[in-house]
Ligand binder design. Structure first.
Ligand SMILES: [Zn+2]
Length: 117
């Protein structure tokens, strides 16, 4: 009977550990690839940085900041992704602004020429 209780306890601990792990699957660390962006400070990393696979997605971090990242990966991922989205947004706006400026300049030149005629 005692062995059975002990077995149940071990099983419960193992199941608990498995449940805790399945919440967020973390693999790594792997060496970062040169040019990857640090999820904490957005700095550009070289191979001295670390990369983790979290639920299959790759995130890179400075080696000195990996502890901070692993303490609360979820909030860092959220912040990082909104930062990346904002960057992409700016990247899209710049060509649009350039196009508007170019069209505006052309219109201005064209109108001035028409008035002269
Ligand atoms: Zn960093």
């Amino acid at each position: 009977m005692r062995i059975f209780v002990g077995y149940c306890l071990v099983l419960a601990v193992l199941l608990g550990a498995a449940a805790a792990q399945s919440r967020r699957r973390v693999e790594g660390p792997f060496p970062a690839r040169p040019g990857e962006i640090c999820i904490i400070c957005y700095g550009v990393l070289d191979t001295s940085g670390l990369a983790y696979l979290i639920d299959g997605r790759r995130y890179a971090v400075d080696a000195s900041e990996s502890g901070e990242f692993l303490q609360d990966p979820e909030s860092h991922i959220r912040k990082f992704e909104s930062h990346q989205a904002a960057e992409q947004h700016q990247g899209l706006l710049a060509p649009v602004a350039a196009a508007v400026l170019a069209v505006g300049t052309l219109l201005f030149v064209w109108l001035r020429r028409r008035r002269r005629v």
